[in-house]
Structure formats: structure tokens, C-alpha cells
Design a protein around this ligand. Structure first.
Ligand code: ZN
Length: 218
């Protein structure tokens, strides 16, 4: 990202290499912060532990493709009681933490598309924390944006739904208001491929910027 910003002639106010009030800036040094937020989400029922094996997940994904279901995970582990879940942790079973997408719909203000409304049924229970204790992009960027006082967020359109639900689960859309957290679509839908990694590679290759967030000056 630093190289990409330098390439674009963008000088940043704070971040890795120059420091600032929100250190540390490297996500690998912020694992305790993400872990704490994942625990809070678990505690409040906005997330759950998933113990499914990679073999089972592959079968579930295949089934979802066959039936045309948008969300690929079948939420099996969301039905475990807190006691059952804790028992399996105590036994040393490996798990990931998944976002528990609530029923209903999400409404978010998008600076390009205006008011965007979608059914939460279209959103997968994304993994927030991996089994090795590292956060996924979904959790880390939302936590960082919030703690670093980010007011405007620019993300690829493919992430609009999952990230909006993640902000809402943390109750951060309401606390910062929709006028300060904005998800801006950057036209990636025009690239006709569904492979997210390919999209990001293409985006990186052509514009040198894959995603960025910034805080507006008061
Ligand atoms: Zn599971």
C-alpha cells in the first residue's frame, strides 16, 4: 500500500514507516485488539465458533452452488449452544469465528449508488478469525477503520454487503452515523469475473490501489 500511494503521489498523514497516534499500524502487531473484538462479538451473539472441517465446508459449498444459494455456509455451527461450543474449545478442537448475519435487511448509504438496500439472506456468515488466531480482512479492516477514526471508506463493490453487515454487527454504523462511514463502490462490477482474488490482482495491476480509507479533515 505504501508503494502504491507513493506511486500515485499521495502523501499520507500517519501509518507504517512514519508513525502516528494510532500505532501499531501493522495488522500482525494488532492481534490482541482483533481478538478482543471477536470475543465481544461472540459474547453478544453477533458471531459464533465454527468447528466444521475443510472437507465438510467443500461439500456444503458444492451444495450451495447446485441449489443456487447465495450464502455458501449452511450455518450448522450457529446452532451450537454456548456450553457445547465452549466444551469443544476445552477439548482442543480447532475452530474459526464466523460473523452471525442477522435476519432482515441492511440499508447502507453508498456514495456512488446512493441508498443500497439488500436482504441479509444474500450475505454469507464470513469467517472473522482464522484458526491460527489471525483475523480475516473482514474483521481487521472494520476494527481498524473504527479505532483509527476513519470517516470515509473506499472498498470494492464485491465487499459492500459483507462489510456493511460487519459494521452493523459492531454497532458502528449507528455510532459514527451514515454520514461519516460511507462505502464507496469503485466500479469493480464492470470487471466480469467472480473470483475475488483475481479482481484484486486486476485492480492492483491497473490502478495500483486495491483499497483505501481516510479520515476527513475537521
Ligand atoms: Zn461449522
Amino acid at each position: 500500500m505504501v508503494r502504491a500511494l507513493e506511486w500515485g503521489g499521495v502523501k499520507f498523514d500517519e501509518g507504517p514507516t512514519i508513525g502516528g497516534p494510532h500505532e501499531p499500524y501493522q495488522q500482525s502487531k494488532r492481534l490482541d485488539i482483533y481478538s478482543k473484538h471477536a470475543d465481544t462479538l461472540l459474547e453478544h451473539g453477533h458471531a459464533y465458533r465454527c468447528f466444521c472441517s475443510s472437507e465438510r465446508l467443500a461439500l456444503v459449498r458444492l451444495e450451495a452452488q447446485k441449489t443456487g444459494r447465495t450464502a455458501s455456509y449452511d450455518r450448522k455451527c450457529s446452532y451450537l449452544s454456548k456450553e457445547e461450543s465452549q466444551e469443544r474449545v476445552d477439548k482442543g478442537e480447532s475452530y474459526v469465528v464466523r460473523m452471525k448475519v442477522p435476519d432482515g435487511k441492511t440499508i447502507v448509504q453508498d456514495e456512488v449508488h446512493g441508498k443500497v438496500e439488500f436482504s441479509n439472506k444474500e450475505v454469507d456468515d464470513s469467517v472473522l478469525m482464522k484458526s491460527d488466531g489471525f483475523p480475516t480482512y473482514h474483521l481487521a479492516n472494520v476494527v481498524d477503520d473504527h479505532l483509527m477514526g476513519i470517516t470515509h471508506v473506499i472498498r470494492g463493490q464485491v465487499l459492500l454487503r459483507e462489510l456493511s453487515v460487519c459494521y452493523a454487527s459492531n454497532n458502528w454504523i449507528g455510532s459514527l452515523s451514515l454520514t461519516t462511514i460511507l462505502t464507496v463502490s469503485i466500479g469493480m462490477a464492470s470487471i466480469r469475473t467472480k473470483a475475488r482474488s483475481t479482481l484484486q490482482d486486476v485492480w492492483m495491476g491497473h490502478s495500483k490501489i486495491c483499497s483505501c480509507a481516510f479520515a476527513a479533515q475537521p
